[in-house]
Ligand binder design. Sequence first.
Ligand code: PMT
Length: 398
Amino acid sequence: MSSLTNKHILLGVTGGIAAYKSAELVRRLQDQGASVRVVMTPAAQEFITPLTLQALSGNPVHTTLLDPEAEMGMGHIELARWADLLLVAPASADFMARLAQGLGNDLLTTLCLATAAPICLAPAMNQGMWHSPATQENLQTLRSRGITLFGPAAGAQACGDVGPGRMLEPGELADLTAQQFSSGLLAGKKVVITAGPTREPIDPVRYISNHSSGKMGYAIAQAAVEAGARVTLISGPTRLPAPDDCRRIDVETAEEMLAASLAELEGCDLFIASAAVADFRPAQLAGQKIKKGSSDTMTLELVKNPDIVSTVASHAQRPAVVVGFAAETQDVVRYARDKLQRKNLDLVIANDVSRADIGFNSDDNAVTLVWRDREESLAQRSKAQLARDLIQHFTQTP
Ligand code: PMT
């Protein structure tokens, strides 16, 4: 069953009598596990108060674009990035017209322009307004831009007319929203993902590791599950819960990660190496805690760890598609292309880990995809959204 666990839903409410149903919609989205933030247009506030939606969503309701206080908290660009999906319910004829024209004359239209997340509209209006050529043309424009329409339903309307233009019921809208995250793109495929850091022990209390939080790899695992894949997540130590419906194998060292990866190769279609594997490990593991002693220096001998992704890529059971990441601080694409060739990969996802707002331990990432014959950059977005976008690219690789 599809669900909205861990999903950030930005709910836009525009002016129409159906706005009273938005209160119930917040609850139905939360029932499926979503975090909900609400944005209201001025017209929406004539029908329902921000206080109601604030109390139900548990978050401040956003109403104006030019509010210095709100911008100091979660400003409109952060809000646009926060969203995994932007649902406008009800979407009035006026709002759809402004969206079709690309206007950014209030907070909600501005968010629609700024977000990289999918946008879904639940139209609600009088049947005559729905049938009008202007609304129908706007609909076509919005659809051609990839915006999804939920409804409207037909039936008796608040104004006494009968016909199409009624907003779908909150439960139906919550189900349709959840379905947006189930693409089926990887249906029937087995996907193995490495994620997080490795820990290379020095002695019983110390180890060598890095700043990987696992967020990128876990987001890919979640997106792959939603795309219908059977997912094995081979994870170094992280604080993250495993996505539902995914098999998680916990490991600590690079050698353990390699062994787990090789054991999972049978029937694997797609292998994704997002883990930040320590390139070296201490040559000796001290049986007891190493004492400080009197010397001011200490020398630790390191030996090279096995390269997991290149071992997988040259294995007799090589999956059809092997994807690596490249964490770089300079010449990101050049080094990524070098890794693509040296490690015999089908795709390398290069990220700049010198920036604090993307890469290691951040909620966002921005990457360049490097194939043998082409490159494509994906601008900064949440790791959850990026993971869903990457799934599409995996299905078109090599
Ligand atoms: O976990 P997060 O906090 O969300 O951060 C995400 C991330 C920055 C860790 C991730 O996006 C990322 O870049 N992962 C790869 C980090 C890395 O180790 O890059 P690398 O350039 O050193 O390695 C290149 C590739 O070889 C990677 O696919 C890596 O998994 C793989 N590798 C490296 C060494 C090794 N011994 N075995 C490997 O399989």
